[in-house]
Design a binder for this molecule. Structure first.
Ligand code: J9Q
Length: 280
């Protein structure tokens, strides 16, 4: 897979040289090109933004540098044999970045990222390139970043680990929280390893029992508890038919009642639980 990133902060993309993505590059599974948008400015101050038409706060990134940069990157990629590019534009107004989207992007041969400052890029740029290549406007979550670079790191890591040959164990995605199609969309429960006693804390006895049925049931209940607490939306969107009798019993202890069509109704309370206060 080829990745291009066009940014005013090329040094922000240094993490692409390390860890899983860095390894995928050195093993030839990923071909990453980071470009400085200011290479496509021709004025004394390397201007990449200007005030918004219609007024308002902040600055908007200009058409000229983005258009020239993307034309160059596209031409270079095609020249070197790349094909079927997609443009990935991180923006808080984009579609949610999910594991499903990570899988879709991992199946494409060439991704071009255009992280912008918060107020974004002149709309005509995305409109123009959308006539030539698929454009994905993507949000990694409902919070405010200063720019799209951190989102590029998130998306590239999620995508790179799905590429055939990138993870040591080809099977090891399957059980992760959010791997599509497994475990009925629950979060993972807690995990433990040696030593069995640490600072007076032992591990749940069932995990030492060797009783595989009991262990599976315990893990399922822990997953239900954690999901009900942290992501009640995941419980609500789960097809009630995928909950077994013991699941329903556990959920009812957690305050979940069957709804009208057998759907699960969530316990009332408008806010997620915050971590308990501790004496500091
Ligand atoms: C570019 N806040 O936020 C959430 N996903 C992406 C973003 C974002 C941002 C500012 C600039 C992307």
């Amino acid at each position: 897979m080829r990745l291009d990133v066009v940014t005013i902060f090329p040094e922000y993309l240094e993490p692409l040289n390390v860890s899983l993505v860095g390894k995928a590059r050195t093993t030839g599974l990923l071909d990453v090109h980071v470009h400085d948008l200011r290479d496509w400015t021709y004025d004394r101050h390397n201007t990449v933004d200007d005030t918004p038409y219609g007024g308002g706060p902040g600055m908007v990134m200009k058409t000229g540098p983005w258009g020239d940069a993307l034309d160059t990157v596209l031409a270079d990629g095609y020249d070197t044999g790349a094909h079927a590019p997609a443009l990935i534009v991180p923006t808080p107004s984009g579609m949610p970045f999910t594991q499903e989207l990570a899988v879709e992007l991992s199946e494409r041969p060439w991704l071009i990222f255009t992280p912008a400052r918060y107020e974004g890029i002149d709309r005509r740029v995305t409109e123009e390139y959308a006539t030539r290549v698929p454009v994905y406007e993507v949000s990694i979550g409902d919070y405010v970043l200063a720019g799209g670079e951190a989102a590029v790191l998130v998306v590239t890591e999620a995508v790179a680990r799905l590429l055939p040959g990138v993870l040591g164990n080809a099977d090891s995605h399957r059980d992760d929280s959010f791997a599509p199609g497994d475990m009925a969309d629950l979060l993972e429960g807690p995990v433990y390893t040696k030593p069995p006693l640490w600072r007076g804390r032992d591990i749940p006895e069932v995990l030492l029992s060797g009783h595989h049925g009991k262990i599976a049931r315990w893990r399922r209940d822990e997953a239900l508890k954690r999901t009900a607490r942290n992501r009640p939306d995941l419980i609500e969107r789960t097809d009630p038919k995928s909950f077994d009798k013991k699941d329903r019993e556990t959920l009812s202890i957690l305050g979940w009642a069957p709804g009208p069509e057998g759907s699960e109704g969530r316990p009332s309370g408008r806010f997620w639980r915050r971590p308990p206060a501790v004496e500091e």
